[in-house]
Ligand binder design. Structure first.
Ligand code: PLP
Length: 418
């Protein structure tokens, strides 16, 4: 559930009218509801109250400092995949001992930064990475705490681009090879084996793939413990899906019950890396209709947001509901909603029944809080949009809209061209 609702036919975020914010900050902009974020975080985290656990918010889903600070206040840790995400995480006040670092291509300077910051553990994804960590930790006089991210070969039944736990995916170490790699890691001077990790994909709408993966992990852990390798942290990744359209994903309570049933009285600390389930429906992208265009084939609404602001429809053909910011009296029409970018892939909806918008009308692209702003770019030299958070009856700009000067920051014309 979220706090975007109509009052007198006008869309509100909590108690603030969305058009009022648009008047102040212009369009397009991302808008997040503080109450929704808090509710989603608590609903997720408290579902695991009965077991020792650490919720590490997945920073890639939304990395705005204010959002990370909000989760820090809720006790969250962070799941990061780069030095840049570590920088944001620490700036936001998330304790380093609550940070786990995944990713198949960790660079040496990022590894150094994470070791010097004393993060909880590295989720390593290849045998070479274990050796690199051992070498870098030795050079710094540190011990690198690791979990091996295993690839359990379980089909998460989601979009192929966000499926990560199948044999053909680049992620993790084949579960069959994990015992050998654990033995190798345990023999290294500067490595401390701490845990086991796994993330099979994103936007999962069923519990069964999580359970299938967990069963495979349990078998692996039993074998490791029999050979004297202790697993203290079990990181089951993120991936719980949300309703964009008609999906009916399990709620966090159902998900937690399924996991708890598998783990029973285990002594391990469970780590969870939710992103989308907390952020997705807590944010929207607000855009203005610039033009309408009717051809023999189609009707188009051309809006001022584009694929550089929200890439998901272009990248995954993903569905986002389109709501009018002012509802009154608009009849429905079938149309494409497209942005100004010079790509036919620049669309938010195709052949969709939507309100008959007029130029100047505002529309809300729903469920845009996760992988929205964090995947945005400056393509077509479009300044990135501003981000706004509403708390009760006030709104706060949590990221300024970029300027044209920001667009050329760091660019230099060499002497021979001056
Ligand atoms: C390792 C890892 N953990 C957690 C997540 C977060 O997934 P979600 O946003 O679906 O919860 C991802 C997403 O790609 C990931 O790669």
């Amino acid at each position: 559930m979220h706090h975007f609702q109509y009052t007198d036919n006008r869309l509100h975020c909590e108690k603030v009218s969305v058009s009022e914010i648009a008047r102040e900050v212009s369009t397009p902009f991302y808008l997040y509801s503080h109450a929704t974020l808090c509710k989603h975080f608590r609903a997720f985290d408290s579902s695991f109250n009965e077991i020792k656990h650490l919720t590490c918010f997945s920073v890639k889903s939304n990395s705005n400092l204010a959002i990370l600070r909000l989760f820090a206040r809720q006790g969250s840790g962070a799941d990061i995949v780069s030095g840049g995400e570590l920088y944001r995480t620490l700036k936001a006040g998330i304790a380093p001992e609550k940070v786990v670092y995944s990713g198949v291509g960790k660079k040496t300077d990022d590894i150094e930064y994470a070791l010097n910051s004393d993060i909880l553990m590295f989720n390593v994804e290849s045998p070479m990475e274990i050796l690199r960590l051992n070498e870098v930790a030795g050079r710094l006089g540190k011990k690198a705490r690791i979990a091996i991210r295993v690839n359990p070969d379980v089909d998460p039944k989601t979009h192929p681009y966000i499926s990560t736990g199948l044999k053909e995916n680049k992620f993790g170490i084949d579960i069959a090879e994990a015992p050998g790699q654990y033995a190798m890691a345990a023999s290294l001077e500067n490595i401390r084996v701490y845990g086991l990790s796994c993330h099979i994909g994103s936007q999962l709408t069923e519990v069964s793939p999580f359970v299938d993966a967990l069963r495979k992990l349990k078998t692996l852990i039993a074998g490791l413990e029999a050979s004297g390798i202790q697993i203290n942290y079990l990181d089951v990744g993120g991936g719980l899906g949300i309703t964009y359209d008609r999906e009916q994903p399990p709620d966090p309570g159902q998900y937690a019950r399924a996991i708890r049933a598998e783990l029973k009285a285990s002594d391990m600390t469970l780590i969870l890396e939710p992103g989308r389930v907390i952020m997705g429906n807590a944010g929207i992208l607000v855009t203005e209709v610039l033009y309408t265009k009717t051809t023999k084939e189609k009707k188009f609404f051309i809006v001022d947001a584009a694929m550089n602001d929200l890439l998901r429809p272009s990248l995954y053909n993903s569905y986002h509901s389109i709501w009018p910011v002012k509802k009154a009296g608009l009849k429905n029409v079938k149309a494409d909603i497209v942005g100004p970018i010079c790509e036919s892939g620049d669309f938010f909806a195709r052949d969709r029944d939507v309100a008959l918008f007029e130029p100047g009308d505002l529309m809300a692209i729903m469920s845009a809080g996760a992988y929205g702003f964090s995947m945005s770019s400056n393509y077509n030299s479009r300044p990135r949009v501003c981000e706004v958070m509403v708390k009760e009856d006030r709104f706060y700009i949590i990221r300024q809209r970029e300027s044209f000067q920001d667009l050329i920051k760091g660019e230099q014309i060499p002497d021979f061209l001056s």
